[in-house]
Ligand binder design. Structure first.
Ligand SMILES: Nc1nc2c(ncn2[C@@H]2O[C@H](COP(=O)(O)OP(=O)(O)OP(=O)(O)O)[C@@H](O)[C@H]2O)c(=O)[nH]1
Ligand SMILES: [Mg+2]
Length: 606
């Protein structure tokens, strides 16, 4: 279709402000999905997305819309996730658009991700259509929040659209506004092909499906193509559009959004951010600007509870990785947990989702160590080292300096909680950078905080101390030096690797006390006293003791029935298989699992 009749937009908002629901209404109004086939959050296709009611992956779809001027327009829409872990999905979606719908919940107003996403869109130079959603809610305060948005964007109160994505009220007007306000694509038609890969997905039958926006030139089916960054060459076996299911087309014109299947066997050969051009002399010489690749920020060891499942876990991770460029992993072993993998994630929700997918889609039972961040060490001999597992940290005497990742945290909160939040940030070694009133009742706070402090129940604390009213977003700003130490937990003098952690010196004592106390309650009594200690190097900072007790499971069988006795002994043997030997102490694996569960209660920021 000619460029003047094309529009490409993304829907961006804070988590749960209604992006996917608005996409539903647009799909229906344009007849892309019939009323009969419609289901809530149509574009959330993954089981996990549907169950949790959140979007994890951005989804693109093409619609045809007959506007008031009588012309038919092609609208390419991308529904994005709102959760902070998946922010990179938003940034890459924006690279495939000419404008955005910025959605704000009319009962909640501007939240942290509203601002983050707005700044991303402004940076990308996109046209922004501000929209207040959920005006049907009794608690909606559209006038109040319209003023907030207007002062933020520097527009008039009346420039803000008011809709209910649920009832559909105001959505037809908004659709008209998309055609009127969003500029058509501005690429050049008669130049070599340049298409930006904004998503790539592995399909077991078809290989890699690369989702592209044709920026310049055009692409026809069966043409030879080249991925400029990786140099991979192949034939465009199939090109097509999502409408909303995959539908092959003969040609993708300048400005259009669609997919390409070109016999690529690995996602790493058709990377997100790469440029597709024609192979050979017709190809473009300069690639498009890519964008930042997702970088894992949070690390944890993942182990199969049944040691025999290790090969299965490896296969499962290999398969997940095909579709999740952000996931990284390498094998590791632990005295307490056996063989497993150290995995890197975008954040806690990403970690939770990967784990859940592994357990569910691959039928594995898993245990994860407490999440930690990556550290950069400068050794006394000047060599730099990156570590992702606390047990890899060498003796402090060999280290000059330790750096940890810091993030710039944005918190949006009603003014009455500012004091509480400042207290929390201070406890977490935060440094106030900026404070900015969005309106008389709402403040935006900016802090620099170590990421290690954020992944440790910061979000839960923030929510509980502000009755759920504050919202949080953060982005990495680099590595900075800190007074960090490694705390080990010793059982009868032997370190248990799964519990080693790196913390700030001021917090080492608390961690030591907490872990020794927890383990004392979980470790069954042995034939002898078992000391549980926490130590920094050779210095003991906390100690508990599990008192000795003799345990004899056959004692209660009064000597009588021998078969019963034998059964019990067999049973005990069975249980022993699940025991881990730490020095001379036998610990049931369940004790480790319980002890590691402390921080398992991960909730989503939003
Ligand atoms: N009352 C009312 N509820 C709405 C409206 N729009 C969305 N909702 C509800 O708000 C919740 C979140 O909607 P979603 O469309 O999943 O929100 P989202 O922005 O896509 O969420 P993420 O993708 O997870 O960031 C759902 O329970 C919707 O039914 C609306 O206009 N009115
Ligand atoms: Mg959604």
């Amino acid at each position: 279709m000619d460029q003047a009749h094309q529009r490409a937009i993304a829907v961006i908002a804070h988590i749960d402000h209604g992006k996917s629901t608005l996409s539903d209404r647009l799909l229906q109004l344009t007849g892309t999905v019939s009323d009969r086939d419609m289901r809530e959050q149509f574009l959330d296709r993954m089981d996990l997305e549907r169950e949790r009611g959140i979007t994890i992956k951005a989804a693109a779809v093409r619609m045809a819309y007959r506007a008031a001027d009588g012309d038919t327009y092609q609208i390419n829409l991308i529904d994005t996730p709102g959760h902070v872990d998946f922010n990179y999905e938003v940034s890459r979606s924006l690279a495939a658009c000419d404008g955005v719908l910025l959605l704000v919940d009319a009962a909640q107003g501007i939240e942290a991700q509203t601002l983050t996403n707005l700044y991303l869109a402004l940076d990308a130079g996109l046209e922004i259509i501000p929209v207040l959603n959920k005006i049907d809610l009794p608690a909606a305060q559209p006038d109040k929040y319209a003023d907030e948005i207007a002062s933020l964007l520097g527009c008039a109160r009346d420039d803000i659209y008011r809709i209910s994505a649920k009832t559909g009220e105001g959505v037809p007007t908004l659709l008209e506004a998309i055609v009127e306000k969003i500029p058509p694509p501005s690429g050049e038609v008669n130049v070599p092909l340049r298409a930006l890969v904004f998503d790539s997905v592995y399909d077991a039958y078809r290989g890699v499906i690369a989702y592209v926006r044709v920026v310049d030139g055009a692409l026809s089916a069966r043409e030879p193509i080249r991925f400029m960054a990786t140099g991979f060459e192949g034939e465009a076996d199939e090109i097509g559009i999502m409408a909303p299911e995959a539908r092959p087309v003969k040609r993708l014109e300048t400005g259009e959004v669609g997919y390409v299947i070109a016999g690529v066997k690995e996602v790493s050969l058709a990377k997100v951010g790469d440029t597709v051009t024609h192979a050979g002399r017709d190809g473009a010489s300069e690639a498009l600007h890519g964008y930042r690749e997702p970088k894992p920020m949070v690390f944890a060891g993942i182990y199969p509870i049944n040691g025999d499942d290790f090969p299965l876990l490896r296969d499962a991770l290999d398969k997940l990785k095909l579709n999740d460029a952000a996931l990284v992993y390498e094998p590791e072993s632990s005295g307490a947990l056996g063989f497993g993998f150290r995995c890197g994630f975008l954040g806690l929700l990403h970690m939770e989702i990967v784990r859940e997918r592994l357990e569910r889609e691959f039928d594995l039972e898993l245990i994860a160590t407490a999440p930690s961040v990556g550290y950069e060490l400068e050794m006394t001999d000047g060599v730099k080292k990156l570590i992702r597992n606390p047990t890899d940290m060498p003796d402090r005497s060999m280290i000059n300096d330790i750096s940890e990742p810091y993030v710039s945290v944005m918190i949006v909160t009603p003014t009455e909680y500012v004091g509480t939040i400042m207290g929390l940030c201070q406890e977490r070694r935060g440094e106030l950078k900026e404070m900015h009133y969005l309106s008389p009742e709402r403040v935006e706070l900016r802090y620099h905080v170590p990421l290690g402090e954020i992944i440790f129940d910061f979000f839960d604390q923030l929510k509980s101390r502000t009755k759920g009213y504050a919202s949080l977003d953060y982005e990495p700003i680099g590595m900075f030096s800190s007074e960090l130490v490694r705390v080990d937990v010793l059982l009868n003098g032997q370190p248990v690797d799964a519990f080693s952690t790196i913390v700030h010196r001021d917090k080492s004592y608390d961690y030591g006390k907490k872990m020794t106390d927890r383990l004392r309650k979980l470790i069954p009594r042995q034939m002898f006293d078992v000391p549980i200690q926490a130590a920094i190097g050779s210095r003991i900072i906390a100690r508990e003791t599990v008192r000795a007790k003799r345990k004899d499971v056959t004692a209660k069988c009064y000597g009588g029935d021998i078969t019963r006795k034998r059964k019990l002994i067999e049973k005990q043997k069975e249980g022993k298989k699940r025991m881990k030997q730490i020095g001379t102490v036998e610990v049931p694996q369940t004790a480790f699992i319980e002890a590691l569960k402390i921080d398992a209660d991960v909730k989503e920021p939003g």
